[in-house]
Ligand binder design. Structure first.
Ligand SMILES: *[C@@H]1O[C@H](CO)[C@@H](O)[C@H](O)[C@H]1NC(C)=O
Ligand SMILES: *[C@@H]1O[C@H](CO)[C@@H](O)[C@H](O)[C@H]1NC(C)=O
Ligand SMILES: *[C@@H]1O[C@H](CO)[C@@H](O)[C@H](O)[C@H]1NC(C)=O
Ligand SMILES: *[C@@H]1O[C@H](CO)[C@@H](O)[C@H](O)[C@H]1NC(C)=O
Ligand SMILES: *[C@@H]1O[C@H](CO)[C@@H](O)[C@H](O)[C@H]1NC(C)=O
Ligand SMILES: *[C@@H]1O[C@H](CO)[C@@H](O)[C@H](O)[C@H]1NC(C)=O
Length: 434
């Protein structure tokens, strides 16, 4: 069964005239899973089921390589050579990341428990690194088609004052995946670490068997001003609340390798929170017109043309026939996060005499708002906030809530925003390929 999917030239919009009748297109034989662009060369890398393509800015293929199907099975532990259950298995691309300073592309697929490989950024046909014999610590992505994986490049400044390039990965749970929710992966061999090893093991966000029932579904990750942000949906985890999903944005300091500063803020879209589940998000400047409109509406606080806005596409668990776009100024997100964290230090987690925070991934409720570092001492870190041993989340009453700016019949699953002549233009995509 071959799917045909078209990647229109809209991706390379900046270099093309949209008014011209001719536009370039690239067609792949199989479903496209991920697309990334190298900001330096403008090249596009397209990860599809069983293939990887390198395109120039006009979408002309420069190189491509087959990534599957290969002998594998979710039950098999890599290397699969002696695994009796192994059958020809499709390789879904789960993650593509560009490592410009080393001229490499990080490619993670669904085969072999989500082990990644490194390829030459100038020629993806050249495999630079792959090893299936390093064991569980090298499992990064997910073996399951439906589990979404997001990642971002970062750095790790070690106690020996060495600065390593790493990437952060966030993912839900496949039944045979690593149980880590968010992990930091190293890109070189160092001491006991192998390539793609998870270098932090202690954090509560990471490996807690009891986080399984939260059904995390990560959809976006981005960095801004020394912080890393993740957008995802999850349940409240409590037995009685069932599997109802809520959307959160979480934030941590990029230099906080133990994730002590990790804090979650609930995002509501519509007053009754009808649109409860994030599908996709995009961070962009709003431009003059939208910034003026948002500011004068009085619902977003002051927004300038240079203040980033998070545009989020939501679906509704209650009504699968419609979806919506909501906007959240990054400044408003940060302000609410500071209020949430601040409540822990000044008023035992209360805001306006109402409990504003809880600690979702801790079994010890007395840990809430206990501030300490590894040595048990109160500490202030460079990043601004004090660090907590178990992550905080805002209670629903203190969610950042806005009304949809756009709703549509059907399921929107993609969003990108660009500013043209002072106006923000949103490109929205649906599951039907509209
Ligand atoms: C990557 O490919 C380019 C062009 O083919 C080549 O010049 C370069 O040496 C390769 N890099 C590595 C690390 O092999
Ligand atoms: C480590 O390198 C990154 C990127 O190269 C840089 O942004 C960061 O400031 C460096 N960290 C330290 C502590 O030098
Ligand atoms: C919540 O989302 C998960 C997938 O992330 C889904 O399996 C589940 O059905 C959703 N819950 C409801 C009540 O729709
Ligand atoms: C913002 O734009 C919308 C859509 O054009 C319009 O309906 C609304 O009145 C504007 N609000 C303000 C405060 O300008
Ligand atoms: C706390 O109450 C004040 C006064 O009613 C209100 O202005 C403020 O927005 C409330 N804070 C939060 C975080 O809800
Ligand atoms: C967010 O939505 C939840 C329901 O899902 C509701 O209980 C809560 O009050 C809402 N928060 C705000 C600030 O509107």
């Amino acid at each position: 069964m071959a799917w045909r999917w078209v990647l229109a030239a809209i991706l390379a919009m900046s270099s093309l005239s949209l008014l011209g009748s001719a536009y370039n297109e690239f067609t792949s034989d199989t479903l496209i899973n991920n697309v990334v662009q190298d900001p330096i060369t403008g090249r596009l890398y397209v990860g599809t089921v069983n293939a990887l393509y390198q395109l120039d800015q006009s979408l002309h293929p420069e190189a491509h390589t087959s990534t599957g199907p290969k002998l594998d099975n979710r039950q098999c532990t890599p290397p699969v050579t002696s695994c009796e259950e192994a059958v020809e298995t499709d390789n879904h691309n789960k993650l593509l990341l560009i490592h410009p300073s080393k001229d490499t592309l990080i490619v993670c697929g669904s085969l072999y428990r989500g082990i990644c490989s490194l390829r030459n950024l100038s020629n993806v046909e050249q495999l630079l690194y792959f090893s299936d014999s390093k064991g569980e610590k090298s499992y990064v992505a997910s073996a399951e088609e439906s589990v979404s994986v997001v990642g971002v490049m970062s750095y790790y400044f070690s106690k020996d004052r060495e600065n390593f390039t790493v990437f952060l990965v966030a993912k839900g749970y496949g039944s045979h995946d690593s149980t880590k929710l968010i992990s930091t992966r190293i890109l070189q061999v160092h001491h006991d670490w192998v390539l793609f090893d998870s270098i932090i093991e202690a954090s509560a966000v990471q490996s807690n068997p009891f986080t399984l029932r939260y059904l995390h579904d990560f959809r976006h990750v981005f960095k801004d001003e020394g912080f890393v942000y993740f957008l995802f949906s999850r349940t409240l985890g409590a037995q009685d609340s069932g599997t109802k999903n809520f959307t959160f944005i979480s934030r941590m300091c990029e230099n906080d390798h133990n994730y002590y500063s990790y804090t979650e803020l609930q995002l509501n879209c519509s007053m009754g929170n009808k649109y409860n589940k994030v599908q996709a998000a995009y961070v962009a400047l709003p431009g003059e017109a939208l910034a003026r409109n948002m500011s004068s509406s009085g619902r977003y606080g002051p927004v300038g043309a240079q203040d980033k806005v998070v545009f989020v596409v939501f679906s509704s668990d209650d009504d699968s026939s419609s979806s919506a776009v909501c906007m959240y100024p990054l400044r408003a997100i940060n302000q609410r996060l500071v209020e949430i964290i601040g409540a822990c230090y000044s008023t035992k987690g209360q805001i306006n005499k109402t409990s504003a925070v809880y600690s979702p991934y801790s079994s010890k409720s007395d840990e809430l708002c206990k501030i300490e570092n590894e040595k048990g001492m109160v500490t202030k870190q460079k990043c601004g906030a004090e660090f907590l041993p178990s992550p905080l989340a805002s209670r629903a009453e203190f969610a950042l809530a806005t009304d949809p700016v756009f709703t549509k019949k059907g399921l929107m699953t993609a969003v990108a925003v660009a500013v043209e002549t002072e106006h923000a233009v949103a490109f929205l995509g649906t599951t039907l390929g509209e």
